[in-house]
Design a protein around this ligand. Structure first.
Ligand code: ADP
Ligand code: MG
Length: 212
């Protein structure tokens, strides 16, 4: 389980302090939205939760253990095994087949392609993309590319999935597909899904909301 205690973050010493000492326990099996006006720190909070930034004050805990201040190598290890990140406007390698884009993060974590293909295929199926498996990202729509980015984030079965404005550039149908798939993942795998979003469509469907 992921939790934060008294967390603040400033990009510069003495600069604007974000979050003002935020404390929250994120519920496994549920989807939580982090919301608030533009510039309030939604993306930054996701980077802090994803151990890409170290909080200026307070701590991030995983299963009751502080993980925000461990060594760089340990953080990288936790990130690759336990955290899946869907960045805003994820760039996909246009030369790689869809199925290989999904498998790629598993290879970085030490997996073998042949062993990973069944899970990659299952994820593509879950997200309505299996018929695109042999295509290249240049041949998929924006909505499909966003779903593909989610599949990449899920390949290593992370306990925590962080998604930054995952419905940002999508029409309602595609937004619903992405949201349903993330909710399904939370329920199926009992994983903790955290979405940064100011999309009212997202906010009315998630289980919990953290307001920044
Ligand atoms: P949101 O996602 O809610 O729009 P952000 O987390 O992107 O907010 O930004 C929060 C604040 O931090 C903003 O004032 C933004 O200008 C500032 N900020 C974001 N990234 C950086 C950075 N790399 N360096 C300095 N300031 C940043
Ligand atoms: Mg943002």
């Amino acid at each position: 389980m992921m939790s934060i205690t008294d967390v603040s973050f400033a990009y510069r010493k003495g600069g604007e302090e974000l979050f003002g000492g935020l404390t929250h326990k994120f519920t496994p099996g549920a989807v939580t939205a982090v919301t608030g006006p533009s510039g309030r720190g939604k993306s930054t909070l996701l980077y802090v939760l994803g151990l890409l930034l170290t909080p200026t004050a307070g701590s991030v805990d995983l299963d009751g253990r502080p993980v925000s201040h461990v060594s760089d190598s340990e953080r990288a290890f936790i990130r690759s095994r336990r955290i899946g990140f869907v960045f805003q406007d994820s760039e996909l390698d246009p030369t790689r087949k869809v199925i290989d884009s999904v498998v790629e993060p598993a290879l970085y974590a030490g997996g073998r392609r042949s062993e990973q293909l069944p899970r990659a295929r299952e994820l593509l199926k879950r997200f309505g993309l299996v018929e695109r498996a042999e295509h290249r990202p240049g041949q998929v729509s924006g909505g499909q590319a966003q779903r593909l980015a989610v599949c990449r984030a899920l390949i290593n079965s992370p306990d925590v999935i962080l998604a930054d404005e995952p419905t940002g550039n999508l029409d309602r149908d595609n937004a619903a597909l992405v949201l349903d798939a993330l909710t399904g993942t939370a329920r199926l795998d009992a994983s903790t899904v955290i979405i940064a979003s100011h999309d009212p469509f997202v906010l009315e469907q998630v289980d919990e909301v953290v307001q920044l």
